[in-house]
Design a protein around this ligand. Structure first.
Ligand code: AMP
Length: 560
């Protein structure tokens, strides 16, 4: 495809504002792309390389302006170009306003240098541009600035107005013609008559719009369905939404609960011998994390793709804040020195591929089993503990433990869910911390059982009303054994009546209580009940009559 034909269609697409018209424009473009289909499918959304490929052009505005100035002729300086871009706000418009062509000397293209007229260009093809830009990206070392500028100059020198417009925008990652991932997905489906779900799926596993377009056109749906994960080619990380324990228990039959590690996401690709690590943005972070590479090489026997988090740890193994990890990620040089400063460890929570099997469609619990198998004994320390439960109290206990160990909190996952690369679905929830807490008065309690028979365990909490106290629920979670002993000592002197395990206590002690939701409830006199109340602490600075009133509870319930 000629670059001029690409540019003409890009201009038409840019002029559209309705999504359907944009998809139509891209559909026509893909249809007309011929042998250059993979490149065109990327360029139209402003990508030179596939999303999984961390190769960069590494062209800054200054270098691009230099190439433009040179192609524009003797009278144009870099400063001129810069000023005009500042004025107009679009490098494409500025590039297209010059009359390129015929500038000799630096031309990288011997034959055909010189577009001559401003409109027509010089028969530059998309394939030629692609080959040149790949050479440009490969330029490295001391002379690379000049090499890059010369290659760009060579391209501008052959470009007509519109070609220059989109070339300049492409190399500076400023395509901005309203075409996103979703547009190209829909256009591929439309152009080659394949179901959009099949295209979406193929994009998720390959992360390469070019390849997917080509396979859709040449091999149809069967070809798309045969595309799979490839060790060494990163896919988007599955993402989480904020959510509550009630959300999870309402939506799913049971909940898989896991520690939320405070680190940085890493996808591990191991082909049986070599290891590559990718960040959440699919950047290659293998070099800055040699100890993770060493760990993986030791733990994994066969090929695998694992998902997890890299955490920074203190000497005693406790987690350090996330910022410490970033220091390691950014480090390109002197990795050994950085290793001395911050020790990192891998925590694995998912397995996308093991021993030749793509596991994306397997349920989470199955993938976690495969993860445990893949890590084996050598890697067991990195395996996240996954607890499947229907019990809100057990979830609260796991959360309390995670927080006690200085982790960020917990993740709630649907045990049955598939792995959907790059999607923020409702199958993974990061548990929202309680927003508001309530200070409530303890009006009753229950003696524990077994080991805890000597301890008061479940506490009825209530809000002061005009004439008394209105119970709102029972708090039994979030309390450690030591805290229970302390609370028993605190409350025993206030016990008014005992009936079996149940005790009434005089309103004297105030608890700070966390909860997820205030529900209307016929069970409690107040007409409200707290969903998943948790003990957060004793407010010994507050008198029972000054605790949060029923009125405030009502107000909070209304605001929900
Ligand atoms: P956030 O960054 O707040 O959107 O939270 C989601 C992120 O938590 C994920 O992208 C992971 O990097 C991280 N994370 C930590 N622990 C886990 C876990 N057990 N499962 C999934 N994601 C986790």
């Amino acid at each position: 495809m000629e670059l001029a034909a690409f540019a003409e269609r890009a201009r038409e697409i840019e002029a559209e504002s309705a999504d359907t018209a944009i998809v139509e424009g891209v559909t026509d473009l893909l249809d007309a792309a011929g042998a250059d289909l993979p490149v065109v499918a990327r360029y139209v959304q402003g990508r030179v390389f596939p999303a999984h490929d961390s190769t960069k052009l590494d062209i800054g505005p200054a270098l691009c302006y230099e190439a433009i100035a040179k192609a524009a002729g003797r009278n144009v300086t870099v400063d001129d170009v810069e000023d005009r871009v500042a004025d107009v706000g679009d490098v494409g418009a500025v590039a297209s306003s010059y009359d390129f062509g015929g500038q000799q000397g630096l031309a990288a293209f011997g034959a055909g240098a010189g577009a001559g007229d401003g409109d027509g260009g010089d028969g530059l093809t998309v394939a030629e541009v692609d080959a040149e830009l790949r050479d440009l990206a490969a330029a490295d070392g001391s002379g690379s600035h000049d090499t890059k500028r010369d290659i760009l100059f060579g391209l501008f020198n052959r470009a007509g107005d519109d070609e220059a417009r989109y070339l300049a925008r492409l190399v500076l990652s400023e395509m901005r013609i309203g075409v996103g991932d979703g547009t190209v997905r829909d256009a591929i489906a439309e152009a080659f008559d394949v179901p959009v779900e099949a295209v979406e799926r193929a994009l998720q596993v390959t992360n390469d719009h070019g390849e997917v377009a080509l396979v859709a056109r040449d091999e149809g749906i069967d070809g798309l369905e045969s595309l799979g994960l490839e060790v060494g080619r990163p896919v988007g990380a599955m993402l989480a939404q904020a959510g509550t324990v009630s959300d999870a228990l309402d939506e799913w039959e049971s909940v898989a609960v896991e520690t939320k590690f405070d680190g940085a996401r890493v996808q591990v690709h191991h082909d049986g011998e070599e290891t590559a690590l990718f960040s959440r943005n699919m950047e290659d972070v293998t070099d800055p994390l040699p100890e993770v590479v060493a760990f993986v090489a030791d733990a994994l026997d066969g090929p695998a793709i694992l998902d997890g988090e890299v955490v920074a740890v203190a000497d005693d193994g406790s987690p350090l804040p996330f910022q410490e990890i970033l220091r390691r990620f950014r480090r390109k040089h002197d990795v050994a020195k950085a290793r001395e400063d911050v020790t990192v460890e891998f925590r694995a929570f998912d397995c996308l591929h093991a021993d030749g099997d793509d596991l994306l469609d397997e349920p989470l619990t199955e993938r976690h089993d495969r993860l445990a198998d893949a890590l084996g004994d050598a890697g067991a320390g990195a395996l996240s503990a996954l607890t499947v439960t229907e019990d809100a109290e057990e979830i609260a206990d796991i959360e309390a433990e995670a927080l006690d160990a200085d982790h960020e909190g917990i993740m709630l996952k649907n045990p049955e869910s598939a792995y959907t690369p790059g999607r923020r679905g409702k199958q993974w929830l990061k548990r929202k911390p309680d927003v508001e807490t309530l200070d409530l008065v303890v009006t009753g309690a229950e003696w524990g059982e077994g080991r805890r028979a000597e301890l008061l365990g479940t506490f009825e909490v209530a809000a002061p009303t005009d004439g008394g106290f209105a119970p709102l629920g029972k708090v039994a979670t979030g309390i450690t054994d030591e805290e229970l002993a302390g609370l028993t000592d605190l409350l025993e002197p206030h016990v008014l009546r005992e009936d079996g395990a149940d005790v009434d206590v005089e309103p004297a002690v105030v608890f700070e209580v966390g909860y997820e939701e205030i529900q209307a409830s016929p069970t409690y006199g107040a007409g409200y009940a707290l969903r998943f109340p948790r003990f957060l602490g004793v407010r010994d600075d507050i008198d029972p009559t000054d605790a949060d009133s029923l009125e405030r509870v009502e107000r909070l319930a209304d605001q929900q």
